[in-house]
Design a protein around this ligand. Structure first.
Ligand code: IVH
Length: 668
């Protein structure tokens, strides 16, 4: 093809495909079959590859995702991205309405919209072209996720007029896409996303835009950051204007003359919510007139002219079939409700922790009761209350046993504890839990020795204490359920590798009371070898900064036991390392590393470093690795599919690095 013709063809294809995209993804009225769209897209991709100079900023080929980024840059929002005050009931809404009318008078109308459960994004258009897309971040500074947002087909890459402006909206994952994404994840043995919101946020946080492109995300645009020179004077006109520019706005919005109409709208959507193809978590109510919005103004955090009504957490009724007791590693007996399986907020629930006997009494829970279930924080199932009116008389009172269901020794209630404990050190349930703990990630980290395998080995009496793990043979393991040649060999290798672990892993793995992973590390660092810890006195332990009386006492008591001495001897005989191998504690004042004295949170999946490895390296440079994000956090390392911790970090405006950046700094 001659050059002029190629140029024309590329232009035509770009326009045509952008138009098809709009018809399909914004108007929901496809005008060509998918196959035809794909064919034209591939033709365009090929032509642009041969003539890269013809690939424009608004070419639909950006939708498939381009280059992988090293990290997201920061973007300052021209107008802050505020959040909304919440209303939880009718009274809150009437109070809001009263405040509004007091400020601007009775002549008022509201616009009600669905509150889409996704993540807020800002889209900046320069001379009509989509230029920068960003996350909310701390409201003033977000992250530049343009490459990922371009893959959302309902975001126009060019708007109708050559305007420069910023629009705001909610990116989300439709339920159907979420279900198929999770199905794929489960088939591949990966952790599924808890809900569509996390899935959407995780997808847009990927440095490889091809991942976002594969996730079928969508958006509803809900506001202009400022009306600029458009001459528009109300929110509803603003939304119509956004429609006319090629954006996708939500059509369920409704203008309401007064708060009663608002309440009716809320009632309608509380009922119709399950029929939507996407998740909503409430209703947003906004004063329509821009003049009135200006008059009402904003507080530091949120506008006074809008409020978000939040739906209550979903509650369902199911029957309590039984209460199961489990004995933990330390002997604590925990009752768990076994429920008739029921769907709540996206997953099937059949168990809920009842914590302890006091809670069962407080809520007057009987076996066979109908109970109300909800997920606290939308994640952990809990029993809200029982429904006494549904009792038939067949229900049975529940009493905690007086004796351990596993070993039959008498249970005790220790002073100041609500929990009942089995204090028999030979209790098989505790030993089994102790074995599971010994092989777990932060302890000896033996891959392939999960709860199921341990339970089988324990039931077959192939292991009775942790040292027995190191005597397991191929012949013994190959007889277990679902263990093939390959998994047995891998497991034997993992057991062998674990012998080289640094001392703190073993110390933590032994499950000494009050000794967590952190204290184990301090002990290993301070004493250097197991022999010295075994010999240490109460005073030796207490003289260590982070070790208190309780822990010191537990340590001395533990190491005094004869069985412990012979267990450690046996571990040494089979070749388990008993020395500390990590770096000496760093004197923070002397370290010039960027990590020194900083509190760092690791979240999401790291690709190149194991999480523990990353933690160790950071700590070796004087950083402190913490599990939760708070105002005290200095830095968050976000791996793939990072979820709520990342969101929180963004909200708090904490510096965020990706794994590449972490590795770069660790090596510098
Ligand atoms: S308006 C200043 N409208 O809900 C007003 N927000 O705190 C900006 N959201 O994070 C918000 N659907 O991302 C508005 N129709 C809607 C919305 C909506 C979802 C989100 C928004 C923000 C949160 C409110």
């Amino acid at each position: 093809m001659e050059e002029k013709k190629v140029e024309q063809r590329v232009k035509d294809l770009q326009n045509l495909l952008n138009q098809y995209n709009y018809e399909y993804h914004v108007l929901d009225q496809p005008s060509v079959p998918d196959a035809e769209y794909d064919q034209l897209l591939h033709e365009l991709i090929a032509l642009e590859e041969q003539h890269p100079e013809l690939k424009t900023e608004d070419s639909p080929t950006h939708r498939v995702g381009g280059q992988v980024l090293d990290m997201f840059e920061k973007v300052e929002h021209r107008t802050p991205m505020l959040s909304l005050a919440n209303a939880f009931n009718e009274q809150d809404l009437r109070d809001f309405d009263r405040r509004v009318r007091q400020a601007v008078g009775e002549n008022i109308s509201y616009v009600c919209e669905l509150k889409i459960d996704g993540l807020a994004v800002s889209l900046r258009y320069e001379d009509g072209l989509f230029a920068i897309g960003a996350t909310r971040g701390d409201g003033s500074i977000g992250e530049n996720i343009t490459v990922n947002l371009r893959t959302i087909r309902s975001i126009p890459l060019r708007v109708k007029e050559t305007v420069t402006f910023e629009v705001r909206g909610e990116a989300f994952m439709p339920r159907k896409s979420f279900l198929s994404l999770n199905k794929g994840k489960e088939e591949r043995g990966e952790e599924p996303f808890a809900n569509p919101r996390n899935a959407a946020a995780g997808s847009l946080r990927q440095l490889d835009p091809k991942i976002a492109a594969s996730r079928n995300l969508d958006i509803f645009v809900y506001a202009m950051a400022d009306e600029g020179k458009t001459g528009i004077r109300s929110h509803s006109e603003g939304l119509d204007f956004l429609d006319s520019q090629g954006f996708k706005t939500n059509k369920e919005r409704q203008k309401c003359k007064n708060i009663d109409e608002v309440i009716q709208y809320i009632e309608k959507w509380t009922e119709n919510r399950p029929d939507l193809s996407y998740d909503i978590d409430g209703i947003v109510i906004k004063v329509d007139s821009y003049d009135q919005q200006d008059e009402l103004g904003t507080t530091a955090k949120s506008p006074r002219w809008a409020i978000a009504y939040k739906f209550p957490a979903e509650e369902v009724v199911t029957q309590l079939r039984d209460i199961e007791l489990s004995i933990g590693r330390t002997g604590v007996v925990t009752p768990t409700a076994l429920l008739e399986p029921v769907r709540v907020a996206g997953t099937t629930v059949q168990r809920a922790s009842l914590h302890n006997e006091d809670l069962i009494r407080e809520k007057d829970i009987k076996l066979g009761d109908y109970v109300v279930i909800k997920k606290a924080g939308d994640i952990i199932p809990e029993v809200v209350n029982v429904l006494p009116e549904r009792r038939t008389g067949e229900e049975v009172d529940f009493h905690m046993p007086t004796h351990c269901p596993a070993c039959e020794s008498e249970l005790v209630r220790l002073e100041e504890e609500v929990a009942l404990r089995c204090i028999n050190p030979k209790c098989p349930a505790q030993i089994r839990e102790g074995l599971i703990h010994f092989v777990s990630r932060n302890a000896m980290n033996i891959d392939g020795l999960g709860e199921k395998v341990i339970s089988q080995l324990f039931a077959e009496k192939l292991i009775e204490d942790v040292a027995d793990i190191y005597h397991l043979t191929y012949e013994q393991l190959i007889q277990l359920e679902r263990m093939g040649e390959k998994s047995v060999n891998n497991l034997l290798k993992a057991i062998e590798v674990s012998k080289d672990n640094s001392l703190e892993k073993l110390l933590f793995g032994l499950g000494i009371r009050h000794v967590g992973a952190k204290a184990a590390k301090t002990l290993a660092q301070t004493f250097g070898e197991m022999g010295k810890i075994q010999q240490a006195t109460m005073e030796d332990f207490i003289s260590i900064n982070e070790i208190g009386d309780k822990m010191a006492d537990a340590l001395v008591t533990y190491f005094e036991q004869e069985e412990v001495t012979s267990l450690i001897q046996e571990l040494q005989d089979v070749g388990v390392n008993l020395t500390y191998k990590g770096p000496k504690p760093v004197n923070i004042a002397e370290s010039d590393s960027v990590f020194a004295g900083k509190t760092i949170v690791l979240t999401g999946k790291l690709e190149q470093l194991a999480r523990n490895e990353a933690k160790e390296k950071i700590e070796a440079l004087g950083g402190k690795v913490s599990g939760s994000v708070s105002k005290k956090t200095d830095l968050v390392i976000a791996g793939e599919d990072a979820g709520s911790k990342l969101t929180k970090a963004q909200e708090l405006g904490i510096t965020i690095w990706d794994e590449e950046k972490l590795i770069e700094e660790l090596n510098s």
